[in-house]
Write a protein that binds this ligand. Structure first.
Ligand code: NAD
Length: 245
């Protein structure tokens, strides 16, 4: 039976690339985003998905996340793989960051990860022989601090904490891992509007280029596939060498 996959943040960027990667394997692909990802769903159907389901969902809203789980369960009969990509970034000096901005970033990135992970694990019926896979997109910033990004950095450190705890709590029936990307060429990175100074700083990594969202899709496929069967509780870097933890 082809796998039943839910991808959040699937409207664009890394989430859209992950959805298309699974679609090309003939999976059933549910796509959720605060903006209903109809276009990505159409592209996923074209790419070979057995079935697609596009859902509007704010991942920081518990009822909306539970409704996504229910819709996927009803339509596909269960969930085997979740790739949680929805997230936001925020840049501002600390003393110019109202607490409302901290609450928003933590609400979407960390609370959203908690809600999506809890919903997913509750619906997954993996076994030791065929474990379900939960993949959370964190960041290489889950491992270090960065000036003017503290709410985002804190949220991504928190995501790794969830992943490491759930990996222990639900082994061996659910394998829980994070992907910790370096700079990936999406609208969030905003390469088109970057200052030359910032661009040079971002590219001062061993591979000297931005990653492509498709490269994260390929990594998610690997972690969800047979090659990923001995991974759990890990933060897996696809980062051009930006960090070497
Ligand atoms: N691009 C990078 O350089 C990079 C690096 C490390 C980690 N990441 C992480 O990868 C993930 C995907 O980022 P991206 O680069 O594709 O960014 P993006 O901005 O292109 O895509 C993010 C998606 O999340 C959706 N989203 C935002 N708030 C939401 C909410 N409340 N509920 C549901 N969906 C919501 C957006 O609509 C969008 O489709 C994020 O978690 C981000 O932190 C990105």
């Amino acid at each position: 039976m082809s796998r039943r996959v839910l991808v959040t943040g699937a409207y664009r960027g890394i989430g859209a690339a992950c959805a298309l990667a699974f679609a090309a394997t003939g999976a059933h692909v549910a796509l959720a985003d605060i903006r209903k990802p109809d276009d990505t769903a159409a592209a996923a159907a074209k790419a070979g998905a057995a079935e697609t389901l596009a859902l509007a969902c704010d991942v920081s809203d518990e009822n909306a996340v539970l409704a996504v789980g229910e819709a996927v369960r009803k339509t596909f009969g269960g969930i085997d793989v979740v790739v949680h990509c929805a997230g936001v970034i925020h840049e501002a000096p600390l003393l110019e960051t109202p607490v409302a901005d901290f609450d928003r970033v933590i609400g979407i990135n960390l609370r959203g990860s908690f809600l999506v992970g809890k919903m997913a694990i509750g619906l997954m019926d993996g076994t030791e022989e065929a474990p379900a896979r939960l993949i959370m997109i964190a960041s290489d910033m889950a491992y270090y601090g960065r000036e003017t990004f503290s709410p985002y950095v804190a949220s991504k450190h928190g995501v790794l904490g969830l992943v490491r705890s759930w990996a222990k709590e639900f082994a061996p029936r659910v394998l829980v891992n994070a992907i910790c990307p370096g700079p990936i060429d999406t609208e969030m990175l905003g390469a088109a509007n970057m200052s030359a100074e910032w661009r040079a700083r971002e590219l001062a990594i061993p591979l000297g280029r931005f990653g492509q969202p498709e490269e994260i899709g390929e990594l998610a496929l690997f972690l969800a596939g047979p090659g990923g069967r001995y991974f759990t509780g890990q933060g897996v870097g696809s980062n051009g060498g930006s960090i070497m933890p």
